[in-house]
Design a protein around this ligand. Structure first.
Ligand SMILES: Cc1ncc(COP(=O)(O)O)c(C=O)c1O
Length: 411
């Protein structure tokens, strides 16, 4: 074992995951994709907080190590809670297999390092998360893996950058924090034409709002820390995709050790049960906040994928179910006004996380993206006054009221 081989037709899968429903609806899959009950017939899946697993005989132990027998060996390789979390995300995204990691960045890194060798080339959307830039710019570069940054809004222009040694396309949609979208269908077609691995960071959309594999992605990567957990409690990450690729990810992770802890897997799997309901509310609150901000005289620009003013609204509606839980806006008055605005917030939290039940305000230029040069920040649309709102699940009236009073107070 070591990862979940997701082949619905196979009996072994049905034995391993009795999800008690053949529904194709993500709401049901997020709940019923659970592992089978133990001999205690518990309703809610228990926590398998164990580093390793026992064997009734030396023969079975040998066979399991040799890969001839199914079974857990060691929680760095697999664990029932981790398997359940992976299984649910595979069901929700239409993926064949997956591997769960300790953080989202471990997933991003493993999704690249499992495949790329010295001399390879990567095409990367310019609008990717700050740490993803650092991996490409410094870590992979120092290992002789080159990259070309491309314009996320013009996938047609990417083909001219494909080289004989190009191996992978890396992108994020919607991007953090600029909420720029990449046309997944076009990226999928390009990847197919040149036999490239299309690797999509699907963190902002979540498996509920967007399934990149349906558009031709080979890998879909998440930070579980965000909306999947949804309450700012645990770190986690996951890579799902084609089975033959996930086998390489498993090899890389099994021996380098970025496994998700069973406790965090248990938390994340439970949280997935409510992801669809939470995302509906995150998205409706975010849309209402964006509409409010758009009318405000102290705000010069608002970005939200489902707003008619978003330059890619049509694309957002094509590839996303709803607009997501993030809104970004530019407060008039630049950096100092932006800082005053954050200081004036009474209810909203100032913290670097996102995807929490509590509304969070951040200032990317001084925090998450501060390691980027000014030119790099500008290239991904980060201006000094840009504020990112991770819109929570509080009543929308309270969210709007706090932001309204902070805008007035910081004038
Ligand atoms: C788009 C995106 N990818 C990856 C990550 C990294 O996730 P983690 O913090 O769980 O390592 C983040 C974190 O904010 C993110 O926003």
């Amino acid at each position: 074992m070591g990862f979940v081989i997701f082949l619905r037709e196979q009996l072994e899968f049905q034995i391993k995951f009795k999800h008690m429903s053949n529904s194709k609806k993500v709401e049901t899959q997020a709940i019923r994709g659970q592992i089978e009950r133990s001999q205690y017939r518990e309703h809610s899946v228990p926590l398998f907080l164990t580093s390793s697993f026992t064997f009734p005989s030396a023969e079975l132990m040998r066979g399991t190590f040799a890969g001839e027998e199914e079974g857990n060996i060691y929680s760095r390789f697999s664990n029932p809670n981790t398997d359940e979390f992976i299984n649910k995300v595979c069901l929700m995204e239409g993926a064949e297999a997956g591997f769960a990691t300790a953080t989202g960045m471990a997933a991003v890194f493993a999704s690249m390092a499992s495949f790329l060798c010295s001399g390879d080339h990567v095409i990367a959307s310019r609008a990717v998360f700050g740490s993803t830039h650092q991996i490409l710019n410094y870590i992979l570069s120092s290992w002789g893996i080159k990259h070309t940054y491309v314009n996320p809004t013009d996938v047609d222009s990417w083909e001219q950058h494909v080289r004989p040694n190009t191996r992978m396309i890396v992108l994020e949609t919607p991007s953090n924090p600029g909420l720029t979208l990449v046309d997944l269908e076009k990226a999928g077609q390009l990847a197919k034409k040149h036999q490239l691995i299309l690797n999509v960071d699907n963190c902002f959309a979540t498996p509920y709002l967007q399934q990149p594999i349906k558009f031709g992605a080979a890998l879909s990567v998440h930070s579980g820390t965000k909306f999947m957990d949804g309450q700012g409690r645990v770190l986690g990450g996951i890579i799902v995709g084609k089975q033959e690729l996930i086998e390489q990810v498993v090899f890389f992770c099994r021996h380098t050790g970025p496994a998700l802890s069973p406790f965090n897997a248990w938390m994340l799997s439970k949280s997935l049960e409510t992801l669809p309901v939470r995302m509906e509310r995150h998205c409706s609150n975010a849309l209402q906040l964006a509409q409010f901000l758009e009318q405000h005289s102290e705000v010069s620009k608002v970005l939200y994928p489902f707003l008619p003013s978003h330059p890619q609204q049509d694309l957002a509606k094509k590839q996303m179910k709803l607009g997501g839980g993030l809104v970004t806006f530019e407060v008039k008055g630049g950096l100092e006004r932006g800082m005053r605005f954050l200081n004036a917030a009474k209810m909203c939290s100032l913290t670097s996380n996102l995807g929490d039940s509590r509304t969070i305000l951040t200032h990317p230029a001084s925090t998450t993206h501060s390691k980027l040069s000014i030119e790099e920040q500008q290239a991904v649309g980060i201006t000094k006054g840009l504020v990112r709102v991770s819109v929570g699940l509080e009543h929308i009236d309270d969210i709007v009221q706090d932001i309204e009073q902070a805008l007035a107070e910081s004038k």
